[in-house]
Design a protein around this ligand. Structure first.
Ligand SMILES: [Zn+2]
Length: 533
């Protein structure tokens, strides 16, 4: 007797091999048999006639780290057919804990909850232990964020680390690698990660090389400085001996349109000389980031309270405005590329009247300057607001998507509270629809065959991150399986209705347990922590 028998489907196994008709059987969390007309007794039988049976998708770039504290059913990813996700990106992670790091979360928590989280996040090993005790909808792998590693050693101080600080950072990273993190991520536009120079990052990455760790980076510049920034990341990988992964590869700014082939050539050249350099991408023309990170990092020295103090001063606001649009060699703000009329406020918990308006709109309504609107939104939210910045173009998006070393990355998080699907505004649609939209674009622009499209979302991603036993439909491998109608996959979420559920996914199985049945999300928490190796 098997647990689940999927009958009459078309198997697209993730290897790129041609699709074929067969049945598939699951028992005890594993795929136990694939073959024609399997006649087995099963606790549950799914009829997949007219549908594709594929490995569960692997979401290579998320920020779901805080589900380690809370658990999560991962519904916004599971509903897209995702069965595994990789968090801890862009230099961001709750561990190791440092006092300046969780002011926002502390504000929303009871003292008792805050103390419990602080204990869990104390160091990478305690965090990993907590992660393994929690329950998630998807499988979960983690990167160690450079921001808390640096913050733990030297808070929000800019400049070079001294010997003692360097030793602290290296010890934390070593602990993370031993605990099973995949590697270290940097967010070189976010404080305090942004304060590190290349030498610091090479020295730190060298700690990871003996563990076959991955250096994953939100690079310093993604517009005018994108090539210089890409080269820096490749150099860090090359000199430290680590694999390199570029987060949300893109080209920002109308005046930079068409530069992506140049970047892809640089990535190809690095791989040709024996390095391993990969990337991920979200299939949208707007980025999404905290509003505070649109302000040049020199104004964030000392942390968010120091920033709030500074932006009360009209003279400093003028300086910030000048810096955003003129000191772009030092720091690239998303607002520089989107303009204030392309900067849409999506998160403003303490002042919801700003949500779904651009900074230009807010300014016009109030008769103030757009930079003042930016500062007022920040002040109204104690420094923590979120925005979408329309700063990319379709041409480069397609070039990048077509590249075989570029994987699917939502750059979003598990949504623990279910939002009304018709809710207007409030977030970037990539948290709801990245995988579906990627499939849709690849299919409709004929960037890949169906088999190659599935391979990119599954086996190739697993290989790029060294994740064992997932990404293929193969006997003995994990029963992470998605049943879909490839031709009907359609992302419905957009910037106006970012929570709308998409089409095409009928069933999802995680570790041998049904998570979506007949399009209905079940709330199953069968995901497990995936460690390095
Ligand atoms: Zn990022």
């Amino acid at each position: 007797m098997v647990d689940i028998l999927i009958k009459n489907g078309q198997i697209v196994d993730g290897s790129g091999a041609p699709a074929y008709a067969a049945d598939l059987a699951v028992k005890d969390g594993k795929i136990v048999q694939i073959g024609p007309d399997l006649d087995l007794e099963a606790a549950e039988t799914l009829d997949a006639a007219g549908k594709q049976v594929v490995p569960g998708f692997i979401e290579s770039h998320t920020h779901s780290d805080s589900i380690v504290f809370t658990g999560s059913d991962s519904y916004n990813f599971i509903e897209q057919g995702v069965t595994s996700q990789i968090a801890g990106n862009c230099g961001s992670s709750p561990t190791p804990y440092y006092p300046e790091s969780q002011i926002k979360e502390k504000g929303n928590l009871t003292e008792e909850e805050f103390q419990a989280r602080k204990e869990m996040a104390k160091s990478p090993a305690t965090f990993m232990a907590a992660a393994e005790k929690q329950c998630y909808g998807t499988n979960l792998a983690l990167f160690a964020g450079h921001s808390p590693i640096r913050g733990h050693a030297m808070a929000y101080r800019a400049g070079r680390a001294n010997a003692e600080e360097m030793a602290d950072m290296k010890a934390m990273l070593e602990e993370a690698m031993q605990a099973g993190f995949l590697g270290m991520s940097t967010g070189l536009v976010y404080a305090p990660s942004v304060y590190a120079d290349t030498e610091e990052l090479i020295e730190l990455s060298s700690v990871m090389s003996k563990y076959n760790g991955i250096y994953v980076s939100h690079i310093r510049g993604e517009g005018d400085n994108v090539m210089r920034s890409l080269k820096e990341a490749i150099r860090i990988g090359e000199e430290s001996g680590c694999r390199t992964h570029i987060s949300h590869l893109k080209v920002m700014g109308k005046h930079n349109e068409g530069r992506s082939p140049e970047l892809l050539k640089e990535i190809d050249a690095a791989n040709a000389r024996g390095l391993i350099v990969n990337a991920d991408q979200y299939p949208y023309n707007a980025s999404s980031a905290p509003l505070q990170s649109q302000i040049p990092p020199k104004y964030l020295i000392g942390g968010v309270p120091a920033l709030l103090e500074r932006i009360r001063d009209p003279k400093i606001r003028k300086e910030i405005l000048w810096s955003i649009f003129h000191e772009t060699d030092e720091f690239e703000s998303g607002v520089y590329y989107s303009g204030f009329d392309g900067a849409l406020i999506t998160g403003s918990d303490k002042a919801p009247e700003f949500v779904n308006k651009t900074l230009a709109q807010i300014a016009a309504e109030r008769g103030i300057e757009p930079i003042d609107a930016l500062c007022e939104v920040l002040l109204a939210n104690n420094g923590y607001a979120q925005g979408c910045y329309f700063n990319q173009n379709a041409v480069d998006l397609l070039y990048i998507m077509k590249h075989p070393r570029v994987f699917c990355g939502a750059d979003s998080s598990d949504r623990r509270v279910k939002a009304d699907r018709e809710k207007v505004g409030g977030t970037h649609p990539r948290g709801t629809a990245t995988t579906l939209r990627r499939i849709e674009i690849v299919r409709d622009f004929r960037l890949r065959t169906m088999e190659e499209s599935i391979k990119n979302l599954t086996f190739d991603t697993a290989q790029a991150f060294g994740l064992a036993n997932i990404g293929l439909l193969k006997e003995g491998w994990n029963a992470d399986i998605t049943v879909l109608e490839y031709d009907k996959v359609h992302a419905r979420a957009d910037y106006v209705h970012p929570y709308r559920k998409g089409d095409g996914i009928s069933d999802v199985i995680v570790n041998g347990q049904m998570a979506v049945r007949g399009g209905e999300f079940l709330g199953t928490r069968a995901g497990k922590v995936m460690k390095r190796g």
